[in-house]
Design a binder for this molecule. Sequence first.
Ligand code: GMT
Length: 377
Amino acid sequence: MRIGIVCYPTYGGSGVLATELGLGLAKRGHQVHFITYRRPARLTHFHENVFYHEVSGEDYPLFEYPPYDTALASKLVDVVKFEKLELLHVHYAIPHATVAYLAKKILLQHGQYLPVVTTLHGTDITLVGSNSTFSPVVEFSINKSDGVTAVSESLKKQTTDIFNIENEIKVIYNFIDFERFRKIDKDHFKKAIAPNGERILAHVSNFRKVKRVEDVIQIFKKVYEKTPSKLLLIGDGPERHNLEELCRKIGLCHEVRFLGKQDAVEELLAVSDLFIMPSASESFGLAALEAMACEVPVISSNAGGLPEVNIHGKTGFMSDVGNVEEMAHFANEIIANEDTLRAFRKNALEHAKTFDISYILPQYEAYYEEILETAVY
Ligand code: GMT
């Protein structure tokens, strides 16, 4: 199949998932065309069957905001026609589902029908999409997609609660590629980070408010009071400065390392003992799944789709959003004892295996086939 993929090319979960999906599809013989404004962060090497088309906007003195949507729609029309794409899969509703609809309409005038699948990832519904600035267009664009998927049951429910959705939403979970995410021996890293055998806690995100990274630091503070430990903060984003200030204020700068955006996250997860995800909202929690695949148990909030990923008392523990005290208590319960930690590690890996790319990717393929067969021309 010749498939177009539109996504945000950043380190965010939707872009990561879209890129891994494209690479997985290409490995299975599909021809995959990424169409976006920058090379996706995880598209690092040459791959047979993978193509990249950059959308470049024209700057003009009249434009206070360069019209990316228009440039993307034009690029889509061009690529779909020239590369003879059979299906377009757009990730994140805003603006991709809307632009896809526009491109579809233009292509129709040229006698070409382009089925569009939209995958909802989370904040495109829960935070940004539900805002009245965007909501009428988001609802319209979801309803105009030929197929719609959501990354968890929770997100599907939230979408149908918020919007008046006319088509069936199919849940296809985030997935993990165990060739990349697995516990590898990185003992020299461990020694460099925790020279005295301290426990290593980790958090990966884009440091936006919704991630509640300040809770991660507060949880760490309480854990540190009982168990010698270090905290790795991986990623970057708008809250970084405030977080550094917080570390200084509570005197933990030497125990907390801000590592910035990292490409080889799996190497850092491989030396971690516990992953912390206290998000206020989280449709799935791909970063938590990546940790679990590396045998790292998870302390998380119970927001959104997290209960579908982190099994309370088995792969980690969950608490209400903001309950820092309880999260710290659970964290200590896991890391204080070697046998307990080992058992949680094992369970985390076992549960992560249920999201193996080899189970999930064929679900996308089957869904594409279904959409190609049933799309109304
Ligand atoms: O988590 C983020 O802030 C990035 C965000 C995105 O849209 O790029 O991730 C969302 O999509 C991921 C992949 O489907 C999910 O695993 C994340 O849970 C989801 N984030 C939120 O819902 C906050």
